[in-house]
Unconditional design. Structure first.
Length: 114
């Protein structure tokens, strides 16, 4: 659980920082849609939407209103990195669960009835 929640929150902070430093969170952008400004992450408005985007990306549930634009190659690279780390986290969680329930010491003991 901590692997999933930690990666979701960690990447949400990174997504929020990418949007912040690119100017996506500027209120002028939301008030006037006729500007020529192209956001890195369209629809990301605050930390909660960054968290939802991080969960959606890593669990492949669907992206809703938040989407990455081709304006920022760094955002595309971060997208690929989070997708890869999501696969690693799921693999680790599956391996830990499998190792926990597949205890070979119990299988090697002979039954006590004979």
């Amino acid at each position: 659980i901590f692997l999933f929640v930690g990666s979701w929150f960690g990447f949400a902070v990174i997504w929020y920082l990418v949007a912040y430093f690119h100017g996506d969170l500027d209120k002028k952008y939301f008030e006037n849609d006729e500007q020529d400004f192209k956001p890195c992450i369209k629809g990301l408005e605050d930390f909660v939407s960054a968290l939802f985007f991080s969960i959606d990306l890593q669990s492949t549930m669907g992206y809703g209103n938040v989407e990455i634009q081709d304006e920022c190659p760094m955002a595309v690279a971060l997208f690929v990195i989070q997708a890869f780390i999501g696969i690693v986290v799921q693999s680790l969680a599956g391996s830990i669960i499998f190792a926990r329930y597949n205890n070979s010491r119990k299988k090697s003991k002979k039954p006590t009835w004979s």
